[in-house]
Design a protein around this ligand. Sequence first.
Ligand code: ASC
Length: 127
Amino acid sequence: YADDVEDAIEYRQGVFQAIKWYFGPMAGMAKGDIEYDAAEFTRRAEMLNQLSYMPEEGFIAGSDKGDTDALPAIWEDMDQFSAGFDKLQENTAALAEASKSGDMATIMPAFAEVGKTCKGCHDNFRD
Ligand code: ASC
């Protein structure tokens, strides 16, 4: 387990970067800016679900001191912060499942839930 604060901060920022990388083209497909590709959408949804398990362990003790957008509320209410990742794990699993329908009308509600979960944590825990 990592105990170096700088490493932990770089690690979790890298994972969030990967989440953004995976999510971006899905948002593009949902908006119609990118042509919908069912297999590619599903692959991304499955990877997002895997990635959703990764950031939390980067929020180690003492890593609230870095020059980052992470708010002190994370360490003050780690249970609520952690519950956000549980939600993201559930939502991205549901999205991966819905994506197998190959039908945007089925996918959209699940996609919206994932976006809401991203935003919910950003509102509460990110500067
Ligand atoms: C994105 C992005 C987020 C989410 C969020 C969804 O593309 O960078 O943080 O979508 O805005 O509500």
